[in-house]
Write a new protein. Structure first.
Lengths: 354, 308, 513
């Protein structure tokens, strides 16, 4: 089998290949579902009912889309600059912590508290991402591992807070912080569980990041650094500064996702696994599927939000463990990189050396 | 008192280091051939699960180890296909593998959650050596045979890398695949073999967890050890003997932190391994010699005739 | 195979390698166009042609790195397909590449042993060390088997490449532009090695674009132009003028450089500069010189004598360990690339595709790669696209850059056009100093002429130009002053009138002259 580079790649081809790849991965996930013992017809019906047909169900899809799109837009920015931010999960949690801190201990009047929470979440999570970026910029420390390690540390930080200093009345044996005052709650779309300001925020952030990437000098520098660090240095781009700003924005976006989760849905700080169902990791796929275009994260976030909602349905209605979603995510990612190859190369079958 | 403390630090350090070492040795071989496999965590947990299942069903833990190696190798084969044949982005392929591994193991492991293993790998005391003062109980008794297997492997690997023709080939493929290709070496085959070997080792490392260290199956029981193993490869400057030292250092630090339980909240304790990993990486980055030891072609797909 | 022809060709023996009607196409160009070639055992056969004539492609085919689209290859009369280097080696064909394929971290012995079937499994490097010494002796290629390749000079590294090939019992050795990294004296040593190979019965293909070398050492020469074989003749029947004409197609007028103004006052000062290389050793030692306005200073030297490090220090890409760099009153010594750029230092880099441009980005984006930060191309952090587009269109017109659009990714452009983009960018705004590193490397004559014209135009404008090149003709033609660098030191400063190719060659080799 030989791979021959393609000369002209039409956008139609790119789209088709990506669509086929995602479809293939989803199909494989359904196979997994079937292997688990669930009849496919029933599964598809249940998913359709639960996630698409029912307006409440669709609101759930949108609800999942918000953190995915927010974190995904941030990751698109990071990946463009070749900052391998695998730490969106942790940044999201840190954002949740900061927002909770403000809500619980800084009782501002009216809507100001929400603004303060969002800002705090953005900054705290941004700094959580800046640290590994700093290590990378100054010492060339591997960013995949450091961002990942910070995920675990964030998880235990939250655990410590809800079991320790911020412990509230426990409900059903689970540890939570106290409930936030009501002006620290994001309003919900009537009849659903969707905090609609979060959706708005996601759209604004995605648009902002796209503008940043393509229309500002910072975005230009990020793209240059990401494509060719050596040329970036030659061009006088101060890569370290660029990296740190990108990290701030990238982490900050994930932090905003954390803010939306605690302010919009839970109204308290709770166990990490309940705040984020792996949004940070799935956001990697959101970004990649959108070819690292922040605006595209809105749409790919929607797709993955649907996958999450489907997983929810599968868990509740079909008794399939939620981990299926994790496996599905991995399959989609594999499909994506296979798609990249198909887009860039033509496959020639036949004998001869690969 | 001091003696007690020393003995337990040595022993527990070694026990904790074993899965890290085995996984690190495997990844070291893969990276020496130029391919980085971020799927170690996924391969480890699959190894832990399937090792457990095989051991549980057959009653023989060693069969479990074998099964784990097989599963790890299979998973790695997938990564090798993407990374070597399809020349896809190695980082993403590895990440995808970890996601799939964690997801599948969570999915298929549900029926076995918390189930204790009937016949775990028995611990042994090395004859003669275990009678030594301090070092005896510290290093040579009460350990699983997999611990010593790991150490033996490290030595064998070191000999292979630096004193045999195969070692020269492996190292050259990772440094300058074009040079190896021009001399007739099958770069693709070497990389496939290296990556699959890495996968098998990761699987065995996982099996150690579910068959020896804590003979049961729990979801997510690798708790990030695969990532720590990756960091150990860097800290060890891609050298098998230094990997032994690095892994043991890590295990010892972790155990020491454990001893400070009285002074710290348990959650901070749990943070320790991850904080240590970051520390290790920072120290490695500081040491210029480590930076220069990385295989030059690491992470870059090889295409014949393509100029860099 | 035409028997009668063959017997007269190689003095009765069959040719070792023959190709008939070989064709290889790449997108947009026919690299090899129905090439016919015979190489006899015991002969040194030169393959002569300009950059882009198709020599490298032919070599890649002979060595199994690429396969031809059409045509036949015969080795010792048998029709063969060479699908990989492994097959080439098994047929007895070996390659000493122009850009060495060596593992720098490994020892010489480890490099030779790689893939060597006859070497033992256990401790192979130690086992073959004696034979390395023996072969080294026999062919005049002394080298220490235990030395690490990164410690060796370019000439010594080439010896390792040749030894690698000799170890594998090759009957045909292909040397691709072997003298590009050697001083004239080292090249002579290489020619001696080739003569010995000839004597041992090997066939040698020797690729070059230098007429002098062809006359010196080859038995027969095949001239390639634009992918076609223009002629094959015995060297005894050829002279340099004829070969030059065959190579280029028509006799081009001599390079004439019109220099109207005299150099002005000095404005760029380098004092006692010491710069470390990648491995920690000093690559630049105690270098001092100055550049005047309106002058071209040429730096001659064999690759690897500190030029790259010097250039990097003078453009902010490498911090000097000791010494000073000043432009007028400004101290630039420890500053980064941006500071140098803002002070008026332009840099046309040696590695144009990897350092000088960002491949996937568009032509327009590459044109503002350094200027994007400043008005009119951006204001307060926001890019101003109309200004960028206008500049791009102007530059394309003025420098005659051939590109489908200004939004085309620059990696699709040819080397010559990429260089034009770089020039357009670097010359924008009128720099004080232009540092040009091997600016015409890999370019055809037409493109090279254009580059020269720009360099001279800058000189006439009053800028200083630092021209670092291995092309001695270029240096002699353009420079107002010539500096020779050897092992990190400036060993001579001459005027072009005082310099000759021979004298420069000796200086470049460290011989005081």
């Amino acid at each position: 089998m030989k791979l021959v580079p393609r000369q002209n790649v039409s956008p139609l081809w790119v789209f088709s290949v990506y669509a086929a790849a995602v479809a293939g991965a989803l199909f494989l996930s359904l196979v997994l579902l079937a292997l688990y013992g669930v009849p496919l017809g029933r599964a598809l019906a249940a998913i359709y009912q639960g996630a698409l047909a029912d307006p409440r169900g669709f609101a759930e899809v949108l609800r999942r889309t918000v953190p995915l799109a927010l974190a995904g837009a941030g990751l698109a920015l990071a990946f463009r600059a070749q900052f391998w931010n695998i730490g969106a999960e942790g940044q999201l949690l840190i954002g949740a912590v900061a927002a909770s801190g403000v809500a619980l201990f800084w009782p501002l009047p009216g809507g100001w508290v929400l603004l303060a929470m969002a800002l705090a979440a953005f900054l705290a999570a941004g700094l959580w991402a800046v640290l590994p970026a700093l290590l990378k910029a100054t010492l060339a420390v591997n960013d995949v591992i450091t961002t990942l390690m910070l995920n675990y540390m964030a998880i235990y930080l939250v655990e410590w807070l809800i079991h320790g200093p911020w412990r509230g009345k426990s409900l059903f044996g689970f540890a939570y912080s106290e409930k936030f005052p009501e002006n620290a709650w994001l309003p919900l779309w009537p009849g659903t569980g969707l905090a609609w300001p979060g959706l708005l925020l996601a759209v604004v952030v995605a648009a902002l990041f796209a503008w940043l990437l393509y229309r500002t000098t910072l975005g230009f520098e990020a793209r240059v650094v990401g494509e060719n660090p050596e040329a970036a240095r030659y061009a006088g781009v101060r890569a370290a500064q660029t990296l740190l700003w990108i990290a701030l924005f990238s982490g900050g976006a994930a932090g905003l996702a954390g803010f939306v989760e605690v302010a919009g849905h839970h109204h308290r700080l709770l166990a990490p696994l309940q705040i984020s169902l792996g949004y940070g990791y799935t956001a990697i796929i959101v970004a990649w599927l959108g070819r690292n275009n922040p605006l595209a994260a809105l749409f790919t976030g929607l797709l993955l939000g649907f996958v999450f909602a489907a997983g929810d349905v599968a868990k509740v209605v079909l008794q399939v463990p939620f981990q299926l979603v994790g496996a599905a995510n991995g399959l989609i990612l594999f499909a994506l990189i296979a798609a990249e190859v198909l887009i860039r190369y033509r496959v020639q079958w036949g004998w001869g050396r690969a | 008192m001091l003696e007690d403390w020393l003995v337990t630090t040595l022993a527990r350090g070694l026990a904790f280091a074993a899965p890290l070492l085995i996984a690190a040795l495997g990844e070291l071989v893969a990276e020496r051939s130029g391919v980085i496999n971020l799927g170690v965590e996924g391969m480890m947990i699959l190894g832990a699960l399937f090792g457990f299942i095989a051991a549980d069903m057959s009653g023989n833990s060693w069969l479990g180890v074998l099964a784990a190696a097989g599963v790890g190798a299979l998973a790695a084969l997938l990564h090798a296909f993407f990374a070597v044949t399809l020349r896809a982005n190695q980082y993403v392929s590895g990440l995808a593998l970890t996601m799939v591994g964690l997801g599948l193991s969570g999915l298929w492991g549900k029926p076995f959650a918390g189930k204790p293993l009937a016949h775990p790998l028995s611990k042994l005391d090395l004859p003669g050596l275990s009678a030594l003062p301090v070092l005896g109980p510290g290093l040579f008794s009460g350990q699983s045979p997999l611990v010593y297997l790991g150490l033996v492997f490290a030595v064998l690997l070191w000999v292979y890398l630096y004193h045999t023709k195969g070692g020269v080939t492996l190292r050259s493929v990772g440094e300058n695949p074009a040079a190896a290709d021009a001399l007739g070496v099958n770069v693709y085959l070497v990389r496939y073999l290296a990556v699959v070997f890495g996968g098998a080792m990761a699987g065995v490392a996982g099996a150690y967890l579910s068959l020896a260290y804590r003979p049961t199956w729990t979801e997510g029981m690798t708790a990030g050890m695969g990532w720590i193993a990756l960091a150990i490869v860097i800290f060890a400057a891609w050298d098998p003997l230094r990997a032994v030292l690095a892994a043991w250092l890590f295990g010892a630090f972790y155990h020491l932190a454990f001893r400070w339980q009285a002074y710290l909240a348990p959650e901070f304790l749990k943070m320790m391994p991850y904080a240590f990993t970051v520390l290790f990486l920072v120290l490695s980055a500081w040491a210029k010699s480590v930076r220069m030891s990385a295989p030059e072609a690491l992470g870059r797909p090889y295409v014949r005739g393509e100029r860099e | 195979m035409e028997g009668a022809e063959a017997s007269s060709l190689c003095q009765g023996r069959p040719p070792f390698l023959s190709v008939r009607n070989l064709v290889k196409r790449y997108p947009g160009v026919v690299a090899n166009d129905h090439v016919n070639l015979d190489v006899c055992p015991g002969e040194v056969h030169a393959l002569l042609g300009e950059n882009g004539a198709g020599k490298s492609t032919l070599v890649s085919i002979f060595y199994g790195l690429v396969e031809p689209d059409a045509g036949e290859i015969y080795v010792e009369g048998r029709r063969v397909r060479i699908r990989s280097p492994k097959e080439a080696l098994s047929l007895g064909i070996g390659l000493v590449p122009q850009h060495f394929l060596l593992v720098k971290k490994h020892t010489v012995a480890e490099n030779v042993v790689l893939g060597l079937e006859s070497a033992p499994f256990w401790r192979p490097a130690a086992a073959i060390a004696p034979k390395i010494r023996e072969l080294g002796e026999r062919y005049g290629l002394p080298v220490d088997p235990e030395a690490r390749v990164w410690q060796l000079s370019a000439g010594e590294q080439q010896r390792v490449e040749i030894l690698k090939v000799l170890f594998r019992n090759v009957r045909l050795l292909i040397l691709d532009e072997p003298t590009s990294v050697l001083t004239p004296q080292e090249a002579e040593g290489l020619f001696e090695v080739m003569r010995r190979m000839k004597a041992e019965g090997h066939a040698v293909i020797f690729i070059t674009h230098k007429l002098e070398e062809v006359m010196r050492v080859a038995d027969r020469v095949t001239v390639l132009r634009r992918g076609r074989v223009v002629a094959t003749l015995p060297v005894a029947e050829a002279d340099k003028a004829t070969l030059a004409r065959l190579m280029v197609g028509e006799s081009l007028p001599e390079v004439r450089v019109e220099k109207k103004r005299a150099p002005g006052r000095p404005f760029f000062f380098v004092e006692d500069l010491w710069v470390r290389g990648d491995r920690g050793q000093f690559a630049v030692k105690d270098v001092s010189f100055e550049i005047r306005e309106g002058e071209i200073v040429g730096v001659a030297g064999v690759a690897g004598n500190g030029q790259s490090e010097l250039i990097e220090a003078l453009t902010g890409l490498r911090r000097p360990a000791r010494g000073w760099i000043r432009l007028d009153e400004q101290d630039l010594t420890k500053k980064d690339a941006r500071a140098f750029f803002e002070a008026g230092v332009a840099h046309v880099p040696e590695d144009r595709t990897h350092r000088g441009v960002v491949g996937p980005l568009s032509v327009a984006e590459n044109l503002v790669l350094k200027h994007y930060r400043y008005p009119p191309f951006s204001r307060r952090g926001v890019l101003v696209f109309p200004a960028i587009e206008r500049f791009a269109l102007e530059s394309v017109k003025r420098y005659r850059i051939q590109t489908p659009t200004i939004k085309t990714p620059i990696r699709l452009l040819s080397g010559g056009n990429i260089q034009k983009v770089i020039l357009a960018r670097e010359l924008y705004g009128g720099p004080r100093l232009l540092v040009a590193a091997h600016p015409t490397y890999g370019l055809d004559v037409g493109a090279a002429r254009q580059v020269h014209a720009h360099l001279v135009a800058e000189r006439e404008r009053g800028a200083g130009v630092l021209l670092v090149s291995e092309d001695l003709e270029e240096i002699l033609a353009l420079s107002d002053r010539i500096l020779v660098i050897f092992e990190g030191r400036i060993v001579a400063a001459l005027r072009p009138e005082e310099a000759s190719m021979e004298r420069l060659g000796l200086l470049m080799a460290g011989v005081a002259a």
